[in-house]
Design a protein around this ligand. Sequence first.
Ligand SMILES: NC(=O)c1ccc[n+]([C@@H]2O[C@H](COP(=O)([O-])OP(=O)(O)OC[C@H]3O[C@@H](n4cnc5c(N)ncnc54)[C@H](OP(=O)(O)O)[C@@H]3O)[C@@H](O)[C@H]2O)c1
Ligand SMILES: [Zn+2]
Ligand SMILES: [Zn+2]
Length: 472
Amino acid sequence: MPLELCRTHFPHVAVPISKQSPLSGEVMFAGFHPRSAISRQRKKLHDVETWVFTNRRVDSDRLLSNVGDGKDKGRACIKKRPVAYTSSSISRIPISHIHTTTSTTTTSQKLLKMAATTDFQGWVAHDASAAEGNMKWGGYTPKTFEETDVELDIEMCGVCGSDIHTLRSGWGPSDYPLVVGHEIIGKVTRVGNSVTDLKVGDRVGVGAQSECCEACKPCKMTQESNCEKMTMTYNGKHSNGDKSFGGYAKVWRGPASFAVPIPEGLRSEFAAPLMCGGVTVYNPLVTYGAGPGKRVGVVGVGGLGHFALLFAKALGCDEVVALSRSSSKKDDALALGADRFIATGEDPDWASNNANSLDLIISTVSGSFPLDQYLQLLSVNGTFVQLGAPDDPLPSFSPLGLIFKNLKIAGSLIGTRAQIREMLELAKSTDLQAWVQVRPMEEANEVLKDFEKGLPKYRYVLSNVQQETESP
Ligand SMILES: NC(=O)c1ccc[n+]([C@@H]2O[C@H](COP(=O)([O-])OP(=O)(O)OC[C@H]3O[C@@H](n4cnc5c(N)ncnc54)[C@H](OP(=O)(O)O)[C@@H]3O)[C@@H](O)[C@H]2O)c1
Ligand SMILES: [Zn+2]
Ligand SMILES: [Zn+2]
């Protein structure tokens, strides 16, 4: 008998079924009837009605014989009521109860579990070798969908230096299996019932943070990017206890409150790396007054560094100086807006030759560096802000350099949602062009290897939409 079902008759517990399901290619959702869910405490599971939902007509007898494996075969009860189906109606089904069903392993549970793990596909890191281009494409269990969440079809995801640190457990043991990527741009495909400011079809970005506690001191100061209980977008834990997974994947699911709308006209490949790399430099630039009257140095011409040069210029600083280990990036740095370029590896006296020439230094260096020498570059009351997060501690330095010039050493972590919005508007209004290289999501392992060789100019962006874009 032909069968089609829709959300009107949908259970509260419904999950997508994977391609590997025994109902491959035909059935999209399975779940318990709500009334049965209410009474399942009292019933044995085989009495509980299991509904199977499909987006096309299928033969219900074949469906029944396909459900389950062996002894459970044929127990599922199919609702034989033909009704219309639309994909948008199905996209809002909550699945928050899927882990609360009976403890007996049954066909229905197997279907539910399988669905929860296989609908989300991405580049999964299983150990530290993933950083060498050894991620494996496969399924993973996303956070449980809550009414405050959204789901996105990921268009693009930038490749940040932090992805590599995390993949190789550089900052301490990572929580494998994990999926990195926190420069995500995607289209909203599913919206929890409590979400009021986003709708299906919106284009949004998710950066390095995807949840905050709203209660700690930084949160109350609207400085949630320093939340004491923050959830990083990957390798973290959401407040409900579930692991967080990033954007080297097809779909992202997480709190809507950290999905920021992308202004129309700002291309996704430019917007993606702004979500972490961009806001991480934008935050200290504005916090420490980069603009007219300020001379700003940017150490490290990489992903973050190239954004720092672009933004320092866009903010109207008196002078923007790029510092890099060699002169190989000199032409690029000047093209990005630097007024001056210092190759620290090619002039043994680079620090004394440029002493007292800067008011603010933004350091994006991801390896060890001689802080003492960089402090020489600062003029009185100057500030050195460290953004790069090397795996190993820095060499010791003399406090005298700080004392004599009233210098400040600061750190800074990503940026708030307000800063992300501000930055996106600035990027749009100044037509800020990130230098990005878009590569297919399929090539993620090769992209990691190229990143480690220092090849990006200056941000790789993984794409699920397969467009080939290079800029400028
Ligand atoms: N604070 C935050 O919130 C935040 C946010 C995002 C990223 N990060 C961190 O910032 C750092 C930079 O990230 P990114 O994505 O910009 O990486 P990136 O593209 O690799 O840039 C890092 C730059 O650091 C310089 N560098 C100096 N010593 C190095 C070394 N030993 N190995 C490699 N590079 C070295 C290089 O510039 P030259 O070739 O010009 O010398 C390189 O281009 C990473 O540690 C990342 O984890 C921090
Ligand atoms: Zn990042
Ligand atoms: Zn907080």
